[in-house]
Design a protein around this ligand. Structure first.
Ligand SMILES: [Zn+2]
Length: 350
């Protein structure tokens, strides 16, 4: 029998998961601690499916926390701590399970809120967050790769009363004793961190259609995806590199900005000649974006996220891009390979 709070968490999960301003693709996760068990969203599944299928995995909380305390590498995936006889679907716990375990409150909601990310990628993100979250016990955690490094960074900063984590170059976690309180806190924090969004010019669909001729690229259905290229300030920011992990996971490293004279076909040909992977999205400055006909549902969600985040970053803002090493570790990481596989397999989800 599930508790009413567990049911309430599934409702909130489905709601939050369906809000593109909070969660994109298989990102974001929720959890509840009940009787020594941490129920956490499964890796690779979409939070918005919380009411349609089994998405929660039971994990032995104390054993996981003990292992974290001794820096046990098995906490990286938390797979060893799954309570197998209560996990009939054989799900794997989220790679961010340790974020949830380290917050002592009963309910934790972790999201890739675009308002938070737009602040959390700035060099002075911590100061901006502090100025807006007065009265809320919060901590800014500088970027660390999700998994054990992020768990360590959180453990080093969290205080007993911390209810909000602003995760540098990543997102937001809120925690409370009830599902209703957690949902209210999430709404309050994302409202406080809200930033004005620049209006982006319309895409030049005729020009984009011509640029797509004889290529494996097409116009995206979601017209907001174009904003990152039609708004030249956003396009300049995108050209600087990757800013948060799920961008790298679902779209690859950085963003491809086309040069004058480039067409999708010429870009493809150039990449193939160099033996390089063709990027899933091409930004044509002032015109819009073309996406690969093979792009995954996750790729599309993260392409939209890029427009949503960058359109909120002021032109003069100083940004902290992910370093070469940080990009590489995200792409080479075993736990993420599993998530990427599910992403490819889940292409039909769109
Ligand atoms: Zn995350």
């Amino acid at each position: 029998m599930r508790s009413s709070e567990f049911e309430a968490l599934l409702d909130v999960s489905a709601r939050v998961g369906a809000d593109a301003a909070l969660v994109q693709a298989a990102g974001g996760n929720t959890s509840i601690k009940e009787g020594g068990t941490l129920w956490i969203k499964a890796s690779g599944l979409w939070l918005m499916q919380a009411r349609q299928r089994d998405v929660m995995v039971p994990v032995a909380l104390d054993a996981l926390l003990d292992a974290l305390e001794r820096d046990d590498p098995s906490t990286e995936k938390a797979q060893d701590f799954v309570i197998k006889d209560r996990n009939p679907s054989g799900l794997r716990p989220s790679i961010e399970t340790t974020v949830h375990a380290l917050m002592p409150q009963k309910v934790v909601i972790h999201v890739h809120c675009v308002e938070t990310i737009a602040t959390a990628v700035q060099v002075n993100g911590e100061t901006i967050a502090a100025s807006r979250l007065g009265g809320i016990p919060h901590v800014f955690v500088p970027y660390a790769r999700p998994g054990l490094p992020l768990a360590k960074a959180i453990a080093a900063r969290i205080r007993p009363d911390t209810s909000v984590l602003v995760l540098g170059n990543h997102g937001l976690a809120v925690a409370a004793e009830t599902v209703a309180e957690a949902e209210l806190l999430l709404a309050d924090v994302s409202r406080r961190l809200a930033l004005p969004r620049r209006a982006a010019p319309d895409a030049d669909l005729d020009a984009l259609s011509r640029l797509a001729v004889d290529s494996s690229f097409a116009l995206p259905e979601d017209s907001r995806i174009h904003d990152v290229a039609t708004d030249l300030a956003s396009c300049r920011i995108a050209a600087g590199g990757s800013l948060y992990p799920d961008h790298v996971i679902f779209l690859g490293r950085g963003s491809f900005v086309a040069a004058p004279g480039d067409t999708a076909a010429s870009i493809e040909e150039r990449h193939r000649a160099e033996g390089a992977t063709v990027p899933p999205a091409l930004l044509f400055p002032g015109k819009g974006v073309l996406v690969s006909k093979e792009i995954t549902a996750g790729g599309l969600a993260l392409a939209r996220c890029l427009s949503d985040v960058l359109g909120r970053i002021g032109e003069g803002a100083r940004l902290r891009y992910l370093t070469d090493a940080e990009n590489a570790e995200l792409l080479g990481w075993d736990a993420e390979k599993y998530r990427q596989e599910l992403n490819r397999a889940g292409k039909a989800l769109q």
